[in-house]
Write a protein that binds this ligand. Structure first.
Ligand code: AMP
Ligand code: ZN
Ligand code: ZN
Length: 398
């Protein structure tokens, strides 16, 4: 009789998609591909030994936080998922700041389907302990459980939150979870990627992950949790002498300028985009200027209607500014947002658990391929319109 009940339970759970292992996707913001090669990350080293790691994780362009977290969770390039920068104006001129999405009802700019939406359609429980857009003000598009983003929430509390979610009664317990830490991004901007301070933040994240693994052992789930550590982008040193003052180059033009630093987009306030382009082209030094028609295809940055007509991408380590940004330039030591092919912009991909190969090292992985990989882990069909490809990544699974 007991055996029969177990068999019935097994097949019912298969039917409702609840038989999979748990998977937790952890983002270390700005954790460059080489940070785990500095000999200061014993926990990450042991995860590598027990799992899979890639030489690097290639972000999408622009190599910024919100576009890349959205690409990881949707499997799409920016001009497919619509999150074209950390903040941007739409065609009606309304400003969309992605860092306060929980305060706005306008979630229309999220054109992709986040993994938690795909899982929800398949009756699989999800929970985010922070992930861009997981706390959006539209309950239908959120994971089953979420936390409103709070930058200063103590890191230990976040780990405890994940363990508590995994302690929930089985039918409420999430099968997919996310977790997020900003430390390596914050320290990278403030002190640079080669500083003692960044090494301190790397060590801190490493020891937190050790605590998380100890937590799995305490609740006896250590053999059924897949852990995937990713980062949205890398980081490079910048310098106050390496700048291009676009405000000076475009003196006399009436422009609308979005973003600064590694990447900038420009619109004309008086329908004069061709002359603005010509002026920038004549002064194209330490940066490239593109129109939506001639931007190289590998950027995948032309189809979205909210992208401004001119796209500027600075040479690595250089900053595109206007006079307004001079103070920022003098106080920032590291940045990201450059061409995603620069290796300094590449992040980290490390995964271990029951579904991953053991002691397996692979070359560069593309972050848009993570969404189809996760769908495969849960045995569900991905959203149809993605750019990611399962065949570029699935060999890392057992
Ligand atoms: P960036 O400007 O590209 O360096 O963005 C990094 C910043 O994004 C972090 O310092 C966080 O404050 C912010 N951030 C990360 N995740 C979220 C989120 N879920 N909601 C709001 N802000 C976030
Ligand atoms: Zn980031
Ligand atoms: Zn950053």
């Amino acid at each position: 009789m007991k055996l029969l009940i177990i068999i019935i339970f097994y097949f019912t759970s298969l039917l409702f998609g609840q038989n999979q292992n748990y998977t937790i996707l952890i983002s270390f913001d700005g954790f460059r591909w080489d940070y785990s090669l500095r000999g200061i990350t014993p926990t990450i080293d042991s995860i590598k030994t027990n799992g899979v790691h890639a030489v690097s994780l290639r972000p999408v362009f622009p190599s910024k936080t919100f576009p890349n977290h959205t690409s990881i969770i949707t499997g799409m390039y920016c001009d497919s998922h619509g999150i074209i920068s950390n903040g941007f104006a739409d065609t009606s001129g309304n400003w969309n700041s992605l860092s306060n999405i929980s305060k706005t009802n306008n979630t229309d700019w999220y054109k992709g389907e986040a993994l938690w939406e795909t899982l929800k359609k398949n009756n699989i429980n999800t929970a985010c302990y922070f992930w861009p857009a997981s706390d959006m003000n539209n309950p239908e598009r959120r994971p089953d459980k979420y936390e409103l983003y709070e930058h200063k929430r103590p890191y230990e509390q976040r780990i405890e939150g994940i363990i508590n979610l995994l302690k929930l009664p089985y039918n409420e317990r999430p099968k997919f979870l996310t977790l997020y830490f900003d430390a390596t991004d914050t320290y990278g901007h403030n002190f640079g990627p080669n500083s003692d301070e960044i090494n301190y933040s790397i060590k801190r994240l490493d020891s937190l992950i050790n605590n998380l693994f100890n937590g799995f052992v305490n609740i006896n789930l250590q053999d059924s949790v897949n852990v995937i550590i990713v980062s949205d982008h890398g980081m490079t040193e910048i310098s106050p002498d390496k700048y291009i003052n676009i405000g000076h180059i475009l003196k006399g033009f009436d422009c609308i300028i979005q973003d600064y630093g590694p990447f900038m987009t420009i619109n004309s306030a008086d329908n004069n985009i061709d002359d603005i382009y010509t002026r920038l082209k004549e002064n194209e030094n330490h940066f490239k200027v593109y129109t939506k028609d001639n931007i190289p295809g590998y950027f995948h940055y032309s189809n979205d209607k909210n992208i401004y007509p001119l796209i500027l991408s600075a040479e690595l380590g250089w900053s595109l500014i206007t006079d307004k940004n001079l103070k920022w330039l003098n106080t920032t030591k590291g940045n990201h947002g450059y061409n995603n092919n620069y290796i300094d912009m590449h992040g980290t991909f490390i995964a271990a658990g029951p579904d991953f190969k053991k002691g397996y090292k692979t070359g560069t992985i593309w972050n848009i391929d993570i969404y189809p990989l996760l769908c495969k882990l849960y045995g569900i069909a991905p959203n149809k319109n993605i750019d990611g490809k399962l065949e570029r990544i699935e060999f890392i699974l057992k």
